[in-house]
Ligand binder design. Structure first.
Ligand SMILES: Nc1ncnc2c1ncn2[C@@H]1O[C@H](COP(=O)(O)OP(=O)(O)OP(=O)(O)O)[C@@H](O)[C@H]1O
Ligand SMILES: [Mg+2]
Length: 236
């Protein structure tokens, strides 16, 4: 049985009020299960960042429900949403969001410590997570001493170090050249397992080859859902 990691039902989001009200999401129902990598695609302004932010519990919907790893976060208090997010979700940002003064290792270890992992174990796990993304030789470099692709891999290692069931990312390859972007996606693809799923927002059609499903949104609605290249060769 596949385990649904995140699910939205009839999600709506309107920014502003009265004459300034702008409906951005107009009834989005979707889900991501363990074992799949799903891409969320659509034109600029179609609502992708808004949607993934709501699914991650970073933004509240105007209407509809979100269930994140078994909890209806749309009905929870902020502190409880944060707890669910820390426990189950790893989020990767386009701009990496690394602390410039900290080494790659400490960027990850500090976040693990915030989650309650003891210092020594945090360093060990951080070191393993960096090795997993091919950065075992860059543990003590600071972000300013790393390339864009390496910084993004540190950010991915940080997201994975907490062993989240669900990994989400918004335009994680936007700042990377083609070869580096494909390499980053290969690394993410390897992290999909029977326990883990990944949801990525992207403009980048080249990433479809790594996806099980591609959800396209247009003007706040799902316009179509297609099978991605990771399913090539399987019976439809
Ligand atoms: N905080 C906000 N207040 C008002 N309007 C907003 C806010 N955030 C987003 N919007 C509007 O919502 C719409 C969707 O924005 P969103 O960032 O979700 O698009 P997107 O699909 O991620 O676009 P892009 O591909 O350019 O990143 C846009 O028209 C934007 O102006
Ligand atoms: Mg966006």
């Amino acid at each position: 049985m596949t385990r649904v990691l995140v699910r939205s039902e009839a999600l709506e989001k309107t920014f502003g009020e009265g004459e300034l009200a702008t409906p951005v999401l107009r009834g989005i129902s979707m889900d991501v299960s363990a074992g799949e990598l799903v891409l969320l695609m659509g034109p600029s302004g179609s609502g992708k960042t808004t949607l993934i932010s709501i699914l991650a519990g970073l933004l509240r919907p105007t209407a509809g429900q979100v269930e994140l790893c078994g909890t209806r976060i749309s009905e929870q208090r902020e502190a409880d949403v944060t707890r669910v997010r820390r426990r189950h979700l790893g989020f990767v940002f386009q701009s990496y969001n690394l602390f410039p003064a900290l080494t790659a290792l400490d960027n990850i270890a500090e976040v693990l410590k915030l989650k309650g992992v003891p210092a020594r174990e945090a360093k060990e796990r951080a070191s393993r997570a960096l090795a997993d993304v091919g950065l075992g030789a860059r543990l003590h470099h600071r972000p300013g001493e790393l390339s864009g692709g390496q910084k993004q891999r540190v950010a991915i290692a940080r997201a994975l170090a907490g062993d989240p069931a669900l990994v989400m990312g918004d335009e994680v390859t936007a700042a990377l050249d083609t070869q580096t972007a494909l390499h980053v996606l290969e690394i993410l693809r390897q992290q999909v397992s029977s326990e883990r799923g990944i949801l990525l927002v992207t403009h980048d059609r080249r990433l479809e080859q790594f996806a099980d499903r591609v959800i396209e949104i247009e003007d706040g609605r799902i316009s179509r859902i297609v099978s991605g290249g990771a399913n090539a060769g399987e019976a439809a």
